[in-house]
Design a protein around this ligand. Structure first.
Ligand code: HEM
Length: 255
């Protein structure tokens, strides 16, 4: 009886092996690849190794963002075959996290240093989301990490840009407290109307201010800010609206 059971069990194993040969082979390959990386104590992948984790035929799905690899297999509804975000799987497609260009297979698909501060911060936020939601796997050799997993010069430049962007954002926030945005409305009869209140721009304050045009570097059009003219040495630097009294808290702009 015991012998028969062992024979049947062996037969069942062989049958499962034959039936699921392809899947077992894939899992085995994934396992060997991961073991190799881990045995080197590095969890560092070449782009070719990363490309194997593409979800095809039951493979796990890895994606890299800014050189860091995450296992997104549990997000199959986002990253599975047929989903637009399937683009990200098996590669570092950092650039598309801000451009939305899910066809970019060029060598520039992980190049991001030419992007704007807003875009870089969006990208960093995506990395944070990945970190919170998915399992960290390792690093991919390329723009961001070298063969030893050490940060590259490109990564240093990215970190420097991010520091600058955060400083700029902080400065803009402080400026916004000093010169809050105006309320704005539009109608066919009156055109655009801008006006200040003690809470316009979502900034609560003790003064109302008057609408003025503020020109910002890099923007082709001025935007409306509320300026406290009674107690502000910089007030004269802002442009007044045409046909609007310099002390009025509301101005109509004919478009
Ligand atoms: C630059 C363009 C875009 C990028 C890079 C992007 C990227 C992504 C990624 C990576 C995910 C999966 C997030 C995860 O793993 O949890 C996602 C989810 C999603 N995206 Fe986008 N997306 C873009 C534009 C859009 C647009 C325009 C829409 C709407 C029309 C949209 C709607 C959604 C929705 C509904 C989800 C699922 C959210 C959830 O179930 O938690 N996305 N997006």
């Amino acid at each position: 009886m015991g012998k028969l059971f062992i024979v049947l069990l062996s037969f069942a194993f062989v049958l499962v092996g034959i039936l699921y040969r392809d899947s077992l082979q894939i899992y085995f390959n994934n396992f060997i690849q991961n073991s190799k990386n881990f045995s080197q104590g590095k969890s560092i992948y070449t782009p070719e190794q990363l490309s194997k984790f593409n979800g095809v035929s039951g493979n796990r799905m890895y994606l890299a963002i800014l050189g860091t690899i995450f296992d997104v297999s549990k997000g199959i509804k986002h990253y599975g075959d047929g989903s637009p975000y399937n683009y990200f799987v098996g590669k570092d497609g950092s650039r598309a996290f801000t451009t939305g260009d899910f066809k970019d297979e060029s060598t520039n698909k992980d190049h991001i240093l030419d992007l704007t501060c807003d875009e870089l911060l969006v990208l960093l936020n995506w990395k944070k989301t990945m970190k919170e939601k998915y399992r960290y796997v390792g690093k991919v050799i390329g723009r961001y990490f070298d063969h030893n997993g050490k940060e590259t010069e490109y990564m240093n430049q990215f970190n420097d840009r991010i520091d600058l962007c955060k400083q700029q954002k902080e400065k803009a926030k402080q400026e916004e407290q000093k010169y809050p945005p105006c309320n704005i409305s539009w109608s066919a009869e009156e055109g655009t109307t801008v006006w200040c209140t003690k809470s316009s721009g979502g900034i609560t304050r003790s003064w109302t201010g008057v609408p003025r045009q503020l020109y910002t570097p890099g923007k082709d059009k001025p935007h409306c800010v509320c300026v406290n003219i009674t107690n502000n040495s910089q007030a004269a630097l802002f442009k007044e609206y045409d046909n609007c009294s310099s002390t009025s808290t509301l101005c109509h702009i004919r478009d």
